[in-house]
Design a protein around this ligand. Structure first.
Ligand SMILES: Cc1ncc(COP(=O)(O)O)c(C=O)c1O
Length: 380
């Protein structure tokens, strides 16, 4: 075994990377003390490791949570909270506007294990109340939905969930804790895909679960370890670095998105622009209450020429990468119909308004004029 290097009285300014899958333990008594949480320490990285612990604690603070657990992806976080809380035969209630894979997770995967999900319009509080009457174990919504940015009334939904004894889980990926802290509005659990804005540089795949009820933590931690949903140290280390600039990035990108949304609405070939910061968005007033300090970096716009117009824009404005994710430091575009919502049925896409000409734009922090100049090439 390599001897640990002594740093004397010095400490590294930047948190070290603990790229080790296992730890050495002095003896069985020390192991017992660590396992019983009587003294600090780690044994096996799938159970816990220092980089995930540091990142989870830092994010928990930002979210106003008492605990934060890091997982290997946003989907891993959603799987973990479902595995930790829902039993066979129980029901789940979910928004009918979610990231496509989340809808599949509930409607296909958990259904195979005897968990039935009812999908409801989370913007219709009467419909949510009626569905809560069926006794679901949890309600899952996105603060601002992927892709069409419908913003939900988190405090009102939290109140309803409390009334019916239903766990309220919010996927806050599109808003980020910089703009919205759902726990402070009454949510029980917040989930974030750290792969997106929080990581911020498109070089990690991670997720977060956080909450305030300490009784919830052991079940979530066990699900992460037993089902193999754990994070790797290097991704946690990179995400910690990304977090240093998170508020600056989110605010700058939101300001750019607001400018681009208005500008796009005046460009040729653009049928409509969808951005919660615009007065023509169906949830504009609500978004003003739920998101503070900006309306986010995500916007959608629909081109008149459908799929061929989208391809033309991707070819001519190639300086804005077609990259089916979001939250990169610079602007990227995606096409929900063939990427994030690829496996959603045509009828369901029509219902949600995900057409062939719909482009989802993740706005970055670069000079907005640069993005406009590039977009102009593809909008003629
Ligand atoms: C709103 C939302 N939730 C969850 C996820 C899943 O996150 P990940 O890709 O980190 O598993 C995504 C991914 O695009 C998303 O957009």
């Amino acid at each position: 075994m390599d001897e640990p290097l002594s740093l004397g009285a010095t400490t590294p300014l930047v948190p070290p990377l603990y790229q080790s899958s296992v730890y050495t333990i002095p003896d069985l008594d020390a192991l017992d003390r660590i396992m019983n949480a009587e003294e600090p320490g780690f044994t096996y990285a799938r159970d816990a490791h220092p980089n995930a612990r540091m990142l989870g604690d830092k994010l928990a603070k930002l979210e106003g949570a008492k605990w934060g657990v890091i997982t290997g992806s946003g989907m891993g976080s959603l799987s973990a909270i479902l595995l930790a809380t829902v039993q066979q035969g129980q029901r789940v209630l979910a928004s009918n506007r979610l990231y496509g894979r989340t809808t599949q997770l509930l409607g296909q995967e958990f259904l195979r294990y005897g968990v039935t999900t009812d999908f409801v319009d989370a913007n219709e509080l009467d419909a949510v109340e009626a569905a809560l009457g069926k006794g679901p174990r949890l309600l899952l919504v996105e603060t601002a939905s992927n892709p069409l940015l419908r913003v939900v009334d988190v405090p009102a939904l939290a109140k309803l969930c409390r009334q019916f004894g239903c766990l309220f889980v919010v996927d806050n990926t599109f808003a980020t804790p910089v703009l919205t802290r759902p726990l402070e509005m009454g949510a029980d659990i917040v989930m974030e895909s750290l792969t997106k804005m929080i990581g911020g540089h498109s070089d990690v795949t991670l997720g977060l679960l956080c909450g305030n009820d300490p009784d919830r933590l052991p079940g979530v931690s066990a699900a992460v370890s037993i089902w193999g949903l754990a994070s790797n140290p290097f991704d946690c280390w990179l995400t910690d670095r990304g977090m240093a600039t998170l508020p600056v990035r989110v605010k700058a990108a939101s300001a750019n998105a607001a400018i681009l949304a208005d500008w796009l609405s005046e460009q040729p070939g653009v049928r409509q622009v969808i951005y919660p910061g615009r007065s023509d968005h169906p949830d504009h007033a609500l978004a003003g209450r739920i998101m503070q300090g900006g309306y986010g970096n995500m916007l959608c716009f629909e081109l008149e020429g459908g799929r061929s117009a989208v391809n033309r824009l991707l070819h001519r404005a190639a300086g804005i990468p077609f990259s089916p994710s979001l939250g990169h430091v610079f602007t990227t575009v995606s096409h929900p119909g063939t990427t994030s919502h690829r496996y959603v049925s045509p009828a369901e896409k029509r219902r949600q308004g995900i057409g062939d000409g719909l482009i989802r734009m993740s706005v970055g922090v670069e000079e907005v004029e640069m993005t406009q100049r590039e977009l102009e090439k593809g909008l003629v």
